[in-house]
Ligand binder design. Structure first.
Ligand SMILES: Cc1cc2nc3c(=O)[nH]c(=O)nc-3n(C[C@H](O)[C@H](O)[C@H](O)COP(=O)(O)O)c2cc1C
Length: 328
């Protein structure tokens, strides 16, 4: 039987599937279900610095969460109360006591002081690692890309100096050169990079002439951007790589590992299909490995990364031209 264990940011995980930061972590029973279904780890939803937290929660309350298409999903989006940082930290301590599953805390702050203060407080809850959720949208035309990146590096340096647990950075795809940013972060000692954060894009309702924010689950098509970037990074940096966005099946997870991922994060698929679906995904990975005689994940990890071929996705452009030309 296939061995699904993996090493991710220094943690030994029983499986490569990690429950991504989401509302799943707001319920002990769901976390226990994830542990039972074979999750390798779980990321607890982000601790947002207070103002952001209020905005984010308000946003969530206003969201249409796709409940018409997925009635079961409704229960995953309870009415959320405005929570203070202390409540969040106490919740993590309670979760820590309830499960053995490796827990990864997540933080999204604004001011440099808050990043370090909360990073320290999160570490004190007993989490195994910390994920920095860099959910910053570049909205100021006066700010250059160099300044934006410098701010990021300063935050990461400060947090790394503050905590002893492994630190991951969940990155945005919207950098001029995401590969360069990844390499810089790796050089700062970041233990893992999580590619890529999925941004909620506000929409405009022409009927009411107002803004609307709609939470729609991801689709498997969305995993192509992180997949390609993981393939391009694998073997070139020291940080481990995890994928997030668009992983909806065991075979999607296989694709991520073939590209070079050490771990595979998933949220939408579990919110849509229920937490036990995680074990279906694991069985699918095992089945695929058994068919090919792979005994462990390292037997095929990175097989389709740039390390194995000069540029495994170089054919993309040729295919692009071919596809365009073939359209009538
Ligand atoms: C309801 C919900 C809540 C989320 N909360 C957070 C969060 O607190 N912090 C974070 O970094 N990502 C958060 N995310 C993003 C997920 O962690 C994940 O990166 C994203 O949904 C893409 O993965 P998926 O395609 O598997 O859903 C949330 C996603 C959902 C659906």
């Amino acid at each position: 039987m296939a061995d699904l264990t993996t090493k991710y940011m220094g943690l030994e995980l029983d499986s490569p599937l990690i429950v991504a930061a989401s509302s799943i972590s707001s319920y002990i029973d769901r976390i226990e279900l994830a542990e039972k279904a074979g999750a390798g780890a779980l990321v607890i939803r982000s601790l947002f610095e207070e103002q952001i937290m209020f905005d984010a929660l308000q946003l969530e309350l206003d969201l249409d969460v796709g409940s018409e298409s997925f009635p079961e999903a409704l229960s995953y989006f309870p009415e959320i109360q405005h929570g203070e940082a202390d409540e969040h930290l106490m919740w993590i301590e309670k979760t820590r006591a309830a499960v053995k599953l490796p827990l990864i805390g997540s933080l999204n702050a604004i001011t440099p002081g808050a990043w370090t203060k909360y990073a320290r407080q999160l570490e004190a809850t007993g989490i195994d690692a910390l994920e920095l959720n860099v959910y910053a949208v570049a909205t100021n035309p006066d700010k250059t890309s160099i300044e934006i990146e410098k701010d990021l590096y300063e935050v990461v340096k400060a947090v790394k100096a503050e905590v002893t647990i492994p630190v991951a950075v969940k990155l945005s795809p919207f950098y001029t050169s995401p590969l360069n940013v990844a390499r810089e972060l790796s050089a700062l000692g970041v233990n893992a990079l999580v590619l890529f954060n999925r941004f909620l894009q506000p929409d405009i309702d022409p009927q009411t002439e107002s803004l609307k924010s709609e939470m729609v689950f991801s689709t498997p098509q969305e995993m192509k951007v992180p997949l390609r970037h993981i393939a391009l990074l694998y073997g070139r940096i020291d940080s481990d790589l995890a994928i997030t966005t668009g992983v909806h099946s065991g075979l999607d997870a296989v694709k991520a590992i073939l590209s070079g991922a050490s771990a595979v994060q998933t949220a939408s698929a579990l919110l849509k299909n229920g937490i036990p679906y995680l074990s279906t995904m694991l069985r699918e990975i095992e089945g695929w490995m058994d068919e090919r005689g792979y005994e462990k994940l390292d037997d095929f990890r990175g097989k389709l990364s740039q390390r194995e071929a000069e540029d495994p996705f170089a054919f993309e452009r040729a295919q692009y031209v071919k596809l365009l030309m073939s359209q009538k």
